[in-house]
Write a protein that binds this ligand. Structure first.
Ligand SMILES: *Cc1c(COP(=O)(O)O)cnc(C)c1O
Length: 374
């Protein structure tokens, strides 16, 4: 047995003829940059997300950087985000010489805690970046309330939750990434909508912000060789857009496949008191970018070695809280401000999660886990 965390090969084989033909067509027509496939993908993704503007870019990290540049944030402005996320979220804040303020997460969903956000606000706070971690959204009702009260921008990091639905207590439902002022996502191959290289996109319903983003991704240029502002070069390759156009119509089925694998895991572990299965938010669907357990009083390293010996992959997202990263030492975070994140870093473990897990494989994985405890 050899069960990887993600299985991009089996997924590809099911759509191979279409993917191969579309990639070959781009090579044939040589529209490598900003080709027709990119323009069509923009339209199709904005219609899927029900958002006015989709601006593709080079990757999810660029998306976050460009979003903050477009909102005109200035050095010294404080941006609040979470301590328990992939580094890109907070790295881009620091890169722009903004001040990253990190807060702890909710112990059940592992997602940014709105109460802690409100407590971290100062007169210099300009934006909040909630991260829709592992496939479900932050409580966007609370985040948007806080943003309105203090006049802050909200940039949603939806790199792990594309296709997820947030159901507001006010009655509406919107896709993750389309609720705040700007949404950012990644098409990294292992993300829920992944291409075959790097890719990303930025979403907004605001015409003015969209225009700024479109200019920044292209060297601050509207008319060729006339540069209105400092920008970057960040584009989605046409070949990647061609791949994404084939995969987008499958996204809801892919999410359903992930959810059904998660249901299987939940059931299998329901009676094991050493394992806490991931909580599901009442306001959000779960697209299970990761299936992450919390282990209580378990030797995690030994369990992971046991799984490896059975050919089952496992991983820790994330082993080091951002406030403990060497890269952020200059910000002198208070080490006692993040008890939930600290505990999660010690106790989380993610199991294989992808679109290709059948029942036989899931049984083998769950049996292998449970066997460790007898
Ligand atoms: C993957 C990821 C990113 C960065 O995306 P890249 O395309 O790899 O640059 C940002 N934020 C989160 C939460 C991610 O998971």
């Amino acid at each position: 047995m050899n069960i990887p965390m993600v299985d991009l090969k089996s997924q590809y084989l099911k759509i191979k003829s279409e993917i191969d033909a579309r990639i070959a067509a781009v090579i044939d027509n040589t529209e490598f940059i900003n080709g027709t496939e990119v323009k069509e993908f923009k339209k199709e993704l904005s219609s899927y997300l029900n958002v006015k503007h989709v601006i593709p870019c080079g990757n999810g990290t660029d998306a976050l950087q460009i979003a903050m540049m477009a909102l005109g944030l200035q050095p010294g402005d404080e941006v609040i985000s979470t301590d328990f996320t992939f580094i890109a979220t907070v790295e881009t804040i620091a890169l722009l010489k903004l001040t990253p303020v990190m807060v702890d997460v909710d112990p059940h969903t592992y997602i940014i805690d709105p109460d802690k956000v409100e407590k971290a606000i100062t007169p210099r706070t300009k934006a909040i970046i909630p991260v829709h971690l592992f496939g479900q959204t932050a409580d966007m009702d609370r985040i948007m309330e806080i943003a309105e009260k203090y006049n802050l921008f909200v940039i949603e990091d939806t790199a792990q939750a594309i296709g997820c639905d947030f159901k507001s207590e006010k009655g509406w439902t919107k896709k993750a990434g389309t609720i705040g002022h700007v949404g950012c996502t990644s098409f990294f191959p292992s993300k829920n909508l992944g291409c075959y290289g790097d890719g990303g996109a930025i979403f907004t319903n605001d015409d003015e912000i969209a225009e700024k983003i479109s200019s920044i991704v292209n060297h601050g240029m509207k008319v060729r060789y006339y540069h209105d502002n400092i920008g970057v070069n960040s584009r989605l390759d046409t070949i990647q857009a061609a791949v994404l156009r084939v995969k987008l119509p499958h996204l809801d089925d892919y999410s359903a496949a992930r959810r059904s694998a998660a249901d299987y895991y939940d059931k299998a572990f329901a009676n094991c008191d050493k394992i806490t299965t991931p909580a599901r938010s009442e306001k959000s669907t779960h697209t299970f970018h990761q299936y992450t357990l919390v282990l209580d009083g378990v030797d995690r390293k030994a369990l992971m070695e046991h799984l490896a010996s059975k050919g089952v992959a496992s991983a820790v997202y994330y082993p080091v809280a951002l406030h403990n990263q060497k890269a952020f030492q200059e910000f002198s975070y208070n080490p006692t401000d993040f008890p939930v994140t600290d505990k999660l870093c010690e106790t989380v473990m993610s199991l294989p999660m992808n679109t290709e897990l059948d029942e036989k494989t899931l049984k083998y994985i769950t049996d292998s886990v449970l066997e460790f405890f007898v």
